[in-house]
Design a protein around this ligand. Structure first.
Ligand code: NAD
Ligand code: DAU
Length: 344
């Protein structure tokens, strides 16, 4: 196993949930590296997630859109010597329900934006590129089995179809141009700084205020939950040790039905199960995701370090201590979206 030496990371989407956790992790684990964060600050991008890094000599924020070649070039200029630059591409429209309301922003950012980024990074000759993708590109599983890197792509939502499109563009850049890119596909993340449109922060926030917890369908949809820090350590491992052209699945062998997750959160918060409210199902809702992550464990030596029993209480207490952060997100544009999605 060889290690690539980069000293600067250009993170796209670094003001979002996974990206902001990634920037904080780099400051802790690779303090000598420079970090350039290119983010358009959509509704999901929040610079408040990064206040602890403001003024840090190795951290630069570039406000820009991956769909705009000049914005990407500005970020690459800020990153400097391309031979030392690793790109970690996280910028995306990321919420399945929003993609059902309207797919076009998902195509322009996730598909076209990824191609703009690939072209600019290839032109500069960056040392490494990690494309952060999702297990949703594989579609849905029945009661048994796991997604491996060989599972055929069968995306079911506009979101996952746009991510699959971006994966294929990254694959093509490697095969056609020898562009040094890897793809990672991860299961559902949880942890600090997640926008409260996603299930876990949404139910924590609602339960704290004794509001109904909207559960789609019968609540028996299965997701494979991974603590965001474990995901980000896996991405760093792929950046440093991944073999160009390869795909790496990332997951923590922690699948459970949504209802079990929600009941666990209620138990931790000391709130009644009567808050659970069954609502109209998500159209085309994938029944089950489960990741086989044996390749990254075997070939790159990554292991998740957090058990669900340890990381769920950590996550809940983070949201409990961040009341103002949550309140600011739950006002304004988020409210408008919320009423379109759930009514009232
Ligand atoms: P997020 O929605 O919290 O953050 C996305 C970030 O991208 C935001 O800061 C936003 O401002 C930025 N962005 C959006 N469009 C942009 C554009 N055109 N130009 C520049 N920046 C733009 O998303 P997340 O949950 O942190 O997910 C990050 C990545 O990881 C995504 O690519 C997503 O598909 C993937 N992923 C997420 C999960 C998960 O459970 N959250 C799991 C697997 C993979
Ligand atoms: O699997 C990885 C994916 O996980 C990422 O690629 C996506 O970016 C990320 O958003 C996430 O997608 P999901 O659709 O699985 O996450 P979400 O939090 O939206 O939903 C989790 C499960 O909970 C899903 O089965 C739908 C259900 N759900 C969700 C919401 C928002 C509810 O029952 N009620 C809700 O209000």
């Amino acid at each position: 196993m060889s290690t690539t030496h980069v000293s600067t990371v250009l993170v796209t989407g670094g003001a979002g949930f996974i990206g902001s956790n990634f920037c904080h992790m780099l400051a802790e684990l690779r303090p000598d590296w420079r970090v350039v964060n290119l983010d358009a600050l959509t509704y999901a991008g929040n610079l408040e997630n990064l206040t602890a890094l403001e003024g840090h000599p190795n951290y630069t924020f570039v406000h820009g859109d991956i769909r705009q070649p000049e914005d990407v070039r500005r970020a690459l200029d800020a990153a400097g010597d391309p031979g030392q630059v690793g790109v970690v591409h996280m910028a995306a429209e990321s919420h399945v329900d929003r993609s059902i309301q309207g797919g076009l922003p998902f195509v322009t950012t996730n598909v076209a934006g990824t191609q703009v980024l690939l072209d600019a990074c290839r032109e500069r000759g960056v040392a490494r590129f990690v494309h952060v993708s999702t297990d949703e590109v594989y579609g849905s599983l029945g009661d048994a089995g796991f997604f491996t890197e060989e599972t055929p792509l069968a995306p079911n939502s506009p979101y996952s179809a746009s991510k699959a499109g971006s994966d294929l563009l990254v694959r093509a850049a490697f095969h056609t141009h020898g562009f040094p890119a890897c793809i990672t596909r991860c299961s559902n993340n949880y942890g600090p700084y997640q926008f409260p449109e996603k299930l876990l922060p949404l139910i924590i926030a609602n339960a704290q205020e004794d509001k109904p917890l909207p559960i789609y369908g019968d609540g028996m949809y299965v997701r494979d939950w991974l603590f965001v820090r474990d995901h980000n350590e896996a991405i760093l491992t792929v950046l440093e040790k991944g073999v160009p052209g390869e795909v790496y699945n990332i997951g923590g062998n922690n699948e459970m039905p949504n209802l079990r997750l929600v009941k666990q959160v209620l138990k931790e918060l000391g709130k009644p199960e009567s808050l659970i409210t069954y609502v109209k199902d998500r159209p085309g809702h994938d029944r089950r995701y489960a990741i086989d992550a044996s390749k990254i464990r075997r070939e790159l030596g990554w292991e998740p370090r957090y058990t669900f029993e340890r990381a769920l209480p950590l996550t809940i207490s983070w949201y409990q201590s961040q009341g103002e952060w949550l309140q600011r997100l739950r006002s304004g544009a988020y409210r408008e979206y919320y009423s379109r999605q759930y009514g009232a």
